[in-house]
Ligand binder design. Structure first.
Ligand code: MTE
Length: 312
């Protein structure tokens, strides 16, 4: 992984006008078509610039990225999010940013889509020992944080997913797999790292509902559960915020959740992973898991002096 270089984008390219058509088609498309009474969300094209981030590994086929998911608000099976999220409405949408910031405010979806969007193909590693390579479209979380001016006392950042039992069957059924809202958190320096993005699309199109429409977090050196979907609130805090999986099973899921082949989950090894969509009849799709998911050169310095077996 080469060292980070800021992308070279002409000023004319980053004007909101560049995204005007895309935004308009997105808002129309994501608002849903009414077909036989059911609202069906459709992806709209985005036009991201390429970023300096590259992975020389094959992209996971789009059909796997959008049909093999974890999103417990729509059910606990891998196929449940795609099957049960079609009535979810990702527009209109706002993200509230508050807490220890000088300028707390809400961002509408139009404004979020007007940040300069980049294509970021990232390796993703789920705590369940499967992995994918996904071409996300998004922008650095740091760009959003700059707009709200975090105070010196802010050390952490908390995220919350929307609660909509009427559109999310996993939040309304008899069996509630998790307490809602789904919550996640990062240390502020992790949140400001240039690899950390808010994603609004994948494969050049707006996010499908099952992948966290209209906006979700992507932190490629951490296990996938840190990548909270369908975010409605971001709060800057002084102390580490509660995180859903860490609260549910603190022995199994840490606050940091950095991908680490040397620290096993109590019930399975994290040394290798199953690359979804590869392998097949004769080939093997099993590969070694890399420290920090292959992003050690970029991020290991964030944890200098920390014992990552204790801070897992
Ligand atoms: N966000 C919410 N709100 N609810 C969830 O259940 N699952 C997490 C994460 N974000 C989850 C979530 C887990 S365990 C993983 S592995 C990733 O989403 C999966 O993202 P993907 O389905 O887009 O690959």
């Amino acid at each position: 992984m080469p060292a980070y270089r800021p992308p070279r984008i002409a000023a004319s390219e980053i004007t909101p006008e560049r995204f005007f058509l895309d935004r308009r088609s997105f808002l129309a498309a994501a608002g849903g078509l009414v077909l036989g009474g059911a609202s069906v969300a459709h992806a709209a094209a985005l036009k991201p610039s390429t970023s300096p981030y590259k992975v020389d590994e094959t992209l996971t086929p789009e059909k796997d990225v959008t049909s093999y998911n974890n999103f417990y608000e729509f059910g606990t099976g891998k196929g449940d999010p795609a099957a049960n999220s079609q009535a979810f409405k990702p527009t209109p949408w706002t993200v509230k940013v508050d807490g220890l910031v000088g300028k707390p405010r809400e961002f509408g979806l139009e404004e979020l889509l007007a940040f300069p969007l980049e294509e970021r193909p990232y390796r993703m590693r789920c705590v369940e020992a499967w992995s994918m390579v996904i071409p996300w479209v998004g922008f650095p979380l740091a760009s959003l944080l700059d707009k709200v001016e975090p105070l010196g006392s802010a050390k952490y950042i908390a995220f919350e997913t929307v609660v909509r039992p009427e559109e999310m069957p996993g939040q309304s059924g008899y069996f509630q797999p998790l307490p809602w809202p789904y919550r996640e958190g990062l240390r502020l320096d992790e949140a400001r790292h240039p690899l950390t993005i808010l994603a609004v699309g994948l494969y050049g199109k707006t996010l499908p509902n099952q992948n966290g429409a209209p906006i979700r977090l992507v932190v490629p050196w951490k296990y996938g559960f840190k990548g909270i979907k369908s975010i409605v609130r971001i709060s800057l805090t002084e102390t580490a915020p509660p995180c859903t999986w860490n609260l549910a099973a603190p022995d199994e899921y840490g606050f940091y959740a950095n991908v680490n082949p040397a620290v096993d989950h109590p019930r399975w090894s994290q040394a290798t992973e199953n690359r979804i969509g590869e392998g097949g009849f004769f080939g093997s799709n099993r590969r070694d898991t890399l420290p920090f998911n292959g992003y050690a050169d970029d991020v290991a310095g964030l944890y200098a002096g920390m014992d990552l077996r204790v801070n897992f």
